[in-house]
Every structure is written in structure tokens, then in C-alpha cells.
Design a protein around this ligand. Structure first.
Ligand code: UDP
Ligand code: GLC
Length: 385
């Protein structure tokens, strides 16, 4: 192991706190400061920069993609064309960040998300750093997949993916490493003593975004309420994406709650900076993404808190949740099955408690943040050896 302190520049695509940004935050807070000095580049001031600065992590705020930051999966070609107007600004940002990276002797650039990765393509010829791309999403169906794939072979030294499901997008690639996300198991822990029996609560946690399946959750909530009228439902999270097509979803979900006559049963908490006290109040966490989930941090967070999950199959959920042991798996988009699974768990408190214990044990074995960070440190060391 080398004695030197290595400078690491992490680049975030997002500025708020979704799964990928939480992963970045957890990793940089946990990396061994005796061996790695971390700097983070974020595109604008937001919850991520706030949390990084509160943790004492040097944080640089620069809108490195200019107008390009608003581009996303729902953007039109016209918007892409308009974003080209920012190219001179992007060129300036590339030169400025490359200069700073060289002044700081940055040894590794660790880029999270496509925009950060594409920015690192511009930095690559100008810096003396090894490059890691941390791929948090499925990209094969995205419009720039071919370009991404070509660049991913040429530019980064390594790709990190959080699950076998995402790794399958890169079959037989030798530079792909699977490192599952972990959580801080002391912070994410069951409440003690276990909360007293009272009214039962089922929660859905995550960004308010169409593919997360809030409408399916509400349909299931209506069915469950007909059988068990005392169950409360929590929708935890808010609209956090400012890319095209993400605004207005919260209102649509609120209207659906009213339309289904669920206003007294369903509560919106808004965005919660600290999710642990909420998890500790829940009996079941529901995850019902309509699209395959690349990882799904909320699954692991719930399990670490000893809360069983009912999760939609697809993507990494089958790697994370053991059906019948740490939760129940249901087909995506099927509200009837989802309601049945919730009812099965709520009707049998001893099974629920047993599953909660297994969920916690599984999180301890497979999703420990310290292990994730140890493996990332090992990658840094291997690149710098
Ligand atoms: N989250 C949060 N506050 C909220 C709702 C969600 O901090 O009000 C966090 C949640 O704890 C999790 C992340 O947002 O760490 C969501 O990550 P996940 O990987 O499940 O989904 P993503 O939104 O990244 O697709
Ligand atoms: C992305 C994925 C999510 C994953 C997170 C952290 O936001 O959509 O599934 O948990 O990144 O890797």
C-alpha cells in the first residue's frame, strides 16, 4: 500500500440528493482521509453541495455543461440542438477544471452519471489522471448508447456498476467492476426498542418521477384500505430532477389521491433529508418502479432498518430482495399483486417481524458501506500502483 495521499476528483451529474448523489456523498465521507483527499465538482448549488460542505468536503460548483444540464431522457432533439449554444462555455469549463485538476495533482477522476462522464471525455487529454466512470443507470435503451459505448471503451480506465443487472449491459467487458452500493449500518438500523404496535404504515420512498410507479402504489393502497381501513400510506420524496419533463408530477399524484378518495389515508412528507426516522416508523416499504431498477438504494436502506420490502421485479431488485425472506417480489405495474403482497405481510405480524430480522441480516452481509468503500479504495490503489 502506498504512503502518499492521492487527490481524487469526483464529478456529480446531479445537484440534489437522489440515489446516485447519496452514493457519492456516502463514499466521499467514508474514504480514508489519510490516503485520499477528495474534491467534488457539482453542477449547481443544491442539497448535494450543502451536504458535502457540511461534511467538510471541498466542493466546487460550476455549471460545467451550461444549458446541457437540463437535457434528459424526455428532451427533444430541438433542445439538444439549442444546448449546442453552450459549447463555447463548456470548452471554457473543461480548460478551467483541467487546469485546477493539474494544479491539485488530481490522480483519479471518478465521474458519476452521463453528463459527468461526457465532461471527463473533454478533460481526459488535458489531465494526468486515471478515469473511472460510475454507471448508475441502464443506458442501452437511451438515444446516445452507441456513442456512450464507444467512449466507454476508449476513455475510462474502469467502469463501476452497482449490480449484475447493469453489468449485463457490458457483456465480456474486462474493465467493468460490480460494486454494490452499501449504507451506513449504524445510521440505518432498526429502532430500539422496536416500535410499539399501533396503526400500520406502508411507505413509498423516492423521487416523484413517473417511472417510479406512484400511480400503481395508489391503486394498491385503495385495495388495501378496503380490507384494512386503518393502514396509513406515506409518500416520501419530492420532484428533485430539473431536467425536461419532470415538473408537475407531484400535482398529478395529489390529484390521483383525491380521485381515489384516499386523502385521509395517504400522506405526503415532501423531501426528507433524514430518512431513517421515517423508515423506523414503517411496517412495510413498497418499491414499485415501472422500469427495471439499476440498483434501488431505498431497498437496502429499508432492509438495514429491519423493514421488509415489497418490490417490483426487474433490474437489480431480484439481486437485493430475497423473495419470501427479506420481502416479497411482485410483477411490475401489477397493483393487484402488490396489494395482495402488502396484505399478506400486514396480516401476519410474526412473519413481518421475522422478515425484518432477515432483511437486516442480509443488509449486514451484503450492503455494508464500509465494504463498498474498501473496494473502491482498492480500485484507486490498483490504478495508481
Ligand atoms: N431520499 C431522500 N429523501 C426523500 C426521498 C428519498 O433522501 O425524501 C433518498 C433515499 O433515501 C435514497 C435515494 O433518495 O437514498 C433514492 O435512491 P434510489 O437508488 O432508491 O432511487 P433513485 O431516485 O436514485 O432512482
Ligand atoms: C440511480 C439508479 C438507482 C440506483 C442509484 C445509485 O439513481 O436509478 O437504481 O440505486 O443510481 O446507484
Amino acid at each position: 500500500m502506498s504512503e502518499r495521499v492521492h487527490n481524487i476528483l469526483q464529478i456529480s451529474t446531479g445537484a440534489e440528493l437522489g440515489g446516485a448523489e447519496r452514493v457519492l456523498l456516502d463514499v466521499v465521507r467514508t474514504l480514508d482521509r489519510r490516503r485520499f483527499r477528495v474534491h467534488v465538482l457539482v453542477p449547481r448549488f443544491g442539497r448535494l453541495a450543502e451536504a458535502l460542505r457540511a461534511a467538510g468536503i471541498p466542493t466546487l460548483i460550476a455549471e460545467y455543461w451550461g444549458r446541457g444540464h437540463r437535457l434528459g431522457r424526455y428532451s427533444s432533439w430541438r433542445e439538444y440542438a439549442r444546448a449546442l449554444l453552450s459549447l463555447p462555455q463548456v470548452g471554457g469549463q473543461i480548460r478551467a477544471i483541467a487546469r485546477r485538476a493539474n494544479e491539485m495533482s488530481v490522480a483519479v477522476i471518478h465521474a458519476h452519471g452521463i453528463k459527468a462522464q461526457m465532461f471527463s471525455v473533454g478533460l481526459a487529454p488535458l489531465v494526468r489522471a486515471r478515469i473511472i466512470w460510475h454507471v448508475h443507470d441502464f443506458l442501452r435503451h437511451r438515444r446516445f448508447w452507441r456513442i456512450f459505448q464507444t467512449l466507454a471503451r476508449l476513455v475510462p480506465d474502469l467502469l463501476i456498476v452497482p449490480s449484475h443487472a447493469v453489468a449485463r449491459e457490458f457483456p465480456r467487458w474486462e474493465n467493468v467492476r460490480i460494486i454494490p452500493n452499501g449504507v451506513d449500518l449504524e445510521e440505518f438500523a432498526p429502532s430500539s426498542p422496536r416500535r410499539a404496535a399501533g396503526s400500520r404504515r406502508v411507505g413509498m420512498i423516492g423521487a416523484l418521477a413517473p417511472w417510479k410507479g406512484h400511480f400503481v402504489f395508489l391503486q394498491a393502497a385503495e385495495r388495501v384500505s378496503r380490507v384494512l381501513p386503518d393502514v396509513e400510506f406515506l409518500i416520501v420524496g419530492d420532484e428533485i430532477y430539473d431536467t425536461t419533463g419532470h415538473r408537475g408530477f407531484r400535482q398529478a399524484v395529489e390529484r390521483e389521491v383525491a380521485r381515489r378518495g384516499l386523502s385521509s389515508r395517504v400522506h405526503f412528507t415532501g423531501f426528507c433529508a433524514d430518512i431513517v426516522p421515517i423508515l423506523q416508523k414503517l411496517d412495510v416499504v413498497v418499491h414499485c418502479s415501472l422500469e427495471p431498477e439499476p440498483f434501488g438504494r431505498v431497498l437496502v436502506e429499508a432492509m438495514a432498518c429491519g423493514v421488509p420490502v415489497v418490490a417490483a421485479r426487474g433490474g437489480a431488485t431480484e439481486e437485493i430482495v430475497r423473495d419470501g425472506e427479506s420481502g416479497l417480489l411482485v410483477p411490475p405495474g401489477d397493483a393487484e399483486c402488490l396489494a395482495e403482497a402488502i396484505l399478506t405481510l400486514l396480516r401476519d405480524p410474526s412473519q413481518l417481524a421475522e422478515m425484518g430480522r432477515s432483511a437486516r441480516a442480509q443488509a449486514e452481509c451484503a450492503f455494508d458501506l464500509r465494504e463498498q468503500v474498501r473496494r473502491i479504495e482498492e480500485l484507486y490503489e490498483s490504478l495508481l500502483a
